[in-house]
Ligand binder design. Structure first.
Ligand code: KIV
Ligand code: ZN
Length: 504
């Protein structure tokens, strides 16, 4: 989709600075270094490594990141205060990003300074950085709530003083795509150095506003992985980059295949979870569930998939639930080399829908367990033994007890047993019944919970042995472990009996 002459947008990553300002996040120097390595591999142009004045640990981390020889420009944030700027310069960064409030409300109540003082301080600080030979990016903080004439004056003054880039922060996220595009278009008339945008997500428009800034002429975007940042966060790197590539037909230096891995690393190290329905990196971003969708993507992925999952380092998943379609499930199974018969497929779909009706989403692992259970099981018409009834009693001060009613060749049999728990009791009841009826012994029993959560599917795998030493294996998967155990046992017994009858 990308054209050869596409314009290149610079990606300024602030995961390690604004991203670290996310409430609840505090990275160690080692963690910051690990993320910086990954951001560099990802291909960001600038890594804002931190605010060196804040602490010794922060300086250590920024210094180390500047030292390791990454391809990206390493930047340190500073207020327009000499000590701040010196702290950044001492970390041997390539660039210093300086900021000062320019909106009336912030100049008055956060700084206690008059506009002319703010302008003079901005100019002085830019000159101070340029005199020391570093790249300087200047941010008029709260630019989007700043008087437009004053904003133009201070941006021009910073440019004249030598600023290499002017960044326009939408500090409290109040812009809309229309107002953002117009603002940048207007500033482009005055400002000749590259313009950058830094959008916050207070109204959920950080990504849209960043893209609008680019439409207005910005050539750099500030982003943070997973949209981390102060309050509701910054524009998400993954969303901005993929939209620039696929919607705006523009280039960045990002290797999009590393997006998901980077997102996961940041999630793990910051401890900030990603909402499942988050674009690009959320758990559900490439999962198809309804029958219409799964059928569609199975035939032509672009029917319901605007982004190829592989492009961002992910893969498509079809989860099954009550909306599951036979075709989608069949395709998902065929993808992993499983080819159920039509009868088996019907049974698998029925089981998946039953679980869906109970509110459970059936993951890949669940689906495979159900499939193994259905495909490995004796088909209904062939069953010699079947379960009629099962009751278990368990609790505190109660001896776990199970009673099982089976039908064998049309005749019903009942047995009850106690055990250490309900599964143990049910298995013992089954054994009692079957050993007297068909002489089958449980040789091995294994239970696995396949997915997390109290509604996890449990898979029971057993081996049963008849009196001649013939061993058969059977399995069953259910969200109820007692049922799974009994079903596996019934299946095992059927297999033993069928084998014996066929031999006769
Ligand atoms: O949001 C903001 O205004 C900032 C500045 C430091 C650029 O993060
Ligand atoms: Zn910010």
């Amino acid at each position: 989709m990308k054209s050869k002459n596409a314009k290149r947008i610079q990606i300024f990553d602030t995961t390690l600075r604004d991203g670290e300002q996310t409430p609840g996040v505090a990275l160690t120097p080692e963690e910051k270094i690990e993320i910086a390595h990954q951001l560099d591999k990802l291909g960001v142009d600038v890594i804002e490594a931190g605010t060196p004045i804040t602490s010794r640990g922060e300086r250590e981390a920024v210094k180390e990141i500047a030292k390791i020889g990454l391809n990206a420009e390493i930047c340190g944030l500073a207020r327009t205060i000499k000590e701040d700027i010196d702290a950044a310069i001492e970390c041997n960064v390539d660039s210093v990003h300086i900021f000062i409030s320019t909106s009336e409300v912030q100049m008055k109540h956060a700084l206690g300074m008059k506009p002319e003082q703010v302008l003079a301080r901005a100019v002085e600080s830019v000159e101070y950085i340029k005199d020391r030979g570093l790249i300087c990016e200047f941010s008029p903080m709260d630019a989007t709530r700043t008087d437009l004439d004053f904003l133009k004056r201070i941006c021009s003054a910073a440019e004249k003083a030598g600023a290499d880039r002017i960044n326009i922060p939408d500090t409290v996220g109040v812009m809309t795509p229309v107002t953002m595009r117009k603002l940048i278009e207007g500033l482009k008339i005055t400002v000749k150095v590259p313009i950058s945008v830094h959008c916050h997500n207070d109204f959920g428009m950080a990504v849209a506003n960043s893209l609008a800034g680019v439409e207005g002429g910005a050539s750099q975007v500030h982003v943070a992985v997973n949209g981390l940042g102060e309050r509701a966060g910054n524009a998400a790197l993954e969303e901005v980059v993929v939209a620039l590539h696929l919607i705006h037909n523009l280039k960045t230096g990002i290797n999009t295949k590393l997006i998901y891995g980077t997102s996961q690393l940041v999630r793990r190290l910051t401890g900030i979870p990603i909402q499942p329905n988050k674009a690009i990196v959320g758990e559900n971003a490439f999962v198809h569930k309804s029958g219409i969708h799964t059928r569609g993507v199975a035939v032509v992925p672009s029917t319901f998939e605007p982004i190829k999952p592989e492009l961002v380092g992910r893969r498509r998943r079809l989860v099954a639930g009550k909306h599951a379609g036979t075709r989608g499930i069949k395709t998902e199974l065929e993808d992993v080399g499983i080819h159920p018969s039509n009868e088996q497929l019907k049974d698998i779909v029925r089981r998946v829908k039953e679980l869906g009706d109970k509110g459970k989403i059936v993951t890949d692992t669940d689906l495979l367990a159900i499939t193994r259970s259905v495909m490995g099981r004796v088909v209904k018409e062939e069953k010699i033994v079947d379960l009629v009834d099962l009751a278990v009693v368990t609790g505190i001060n109660v001896i776990p007890t199970a009673s099982v009613k089976l039908v064998l060749d049309g005749k019903e049999y009942v047995a009850a047993e106690t055990g250490l728990g309900p599964v143990d009791a049910a298995i013992k009841a089954m054994q009692k019944l079957t050993s007297s009826l068909v002489n089958v012994r449980l040789k091995e029993y294994r239970l696995e919970a396949l997915t997390g959560g109290s509604d996890a599917i449990a898979e029971v795998m057993i081996k049963v042995e008849d009196k001649d030493g013939n061993v058969m294996s059977a399995r069953a998967a259910r969200e109820d472990i007692v049922m799974a155990s009994v079903e596996a046992m019934i299946d095992g017994i059927n297999k033993v009996l069928l084998r014996r009858r066929r031999r006769k």
